[in-house]
Design a protein around this ligand. Structure first.
Ligand code: B12
Length: 150
């Protein structure tokens, strides 16, 4: 069963390239992806997650206002009965982003399961989803290490 991932850029943020790349990579990895696009509000994320039975919600933010834009986000998800949905946030999450460890801690405390910086490659997010959503390796995947040892 393919897992459904909701993806979008939150707030007034219009940076579209990162989520387009993520969308393509996630689809290639076998996920059902619903890309809500740029300038997506919190209620739109929640409605998207509800309508599509999301397994995970991936929030992107590049312009430095992520903390302000995601305040109360997990409260809304919980109120909508989506408290168990896996949530990630990534991008340029703070202005300057000098100390990413601190930034990560801030967003973890706000309820995000994982926090990614702007250097993140899509493969990293895919590996995290496979782990967090407990997606079993396909037979093809399982054969890869064996072939590598030949
Ligand atoms: C192109 C660009 C623009 C274009 C956007 C065009 C468009 N429609 O996409 C334009 C010119 C419109 C623009 C505008 C602005 N921009 Co701009 N922009 C950039 C720039 C140069 C590249 C962004 C990009 O496309 N990168 C390529 C993609 C592939 O990378 P990415 O977006 O980082 O995404 C990857 C990762 O971050 C990660 N990722 C992203 N989201 C998520 C989410 C999850 C869950 C995960 C796992 C991973 C993940 O995976 C992606 C794929 O690898 C960056 C600087 C930079 N070099 O990053 C500044 C930058 C993001 N912009 C910035 C700013 C400040 C703005 C403006 C506010 C400027 C202004 N004063 O008007 C406005 C905001 C407008 C708005 N409403 O959004 C700042 C943000 C500063 C901060 N956060 O501290 C940056 C960092 C430039 C800088 N150094 O100052 N921008």
């Amino acid at each position: 069963m393919p897992r459904t991932v909701i993806l979008g850029v939150i707030g007034s943020d219009a940076h579209v390239v990162g989520i387009t790349i993520l969308e393509q990579a996630l689809e290639a990895a076998g996920f059902d992806v619903v890309n809500l696009g740029v300038q997506t509000s919190q209620p739109e994320f929640v409605a998207g997650a509800q309508d599509h039975g999301a397994d995970a919600v991936l929030v992107s933010s590049l312009y430095g206002h992520a903390e302000q834009d995601t305040r109360g986000f997990h409260h809304r998800l919980t109120q909508a009965g989506l408290g168990d949905v896996t949530t990630y946030i990534g991008g340029n999450l703070a202005v300057g982003q000098d100390d990413f460890a601190e930034t990560r801690e801030t967003f973890r405390e706000m309820g995000f399961d994982r926090v990614f910086d702007a250097e993140t490659e899509p493969e990293e997010a895919i590996a995290a989803l496979q782990q967090d959503l407990e997606i079993p390796l396909t037979e093809t995947d399982a054969e890869e290490p064996a072939r590598a040892t030949l």
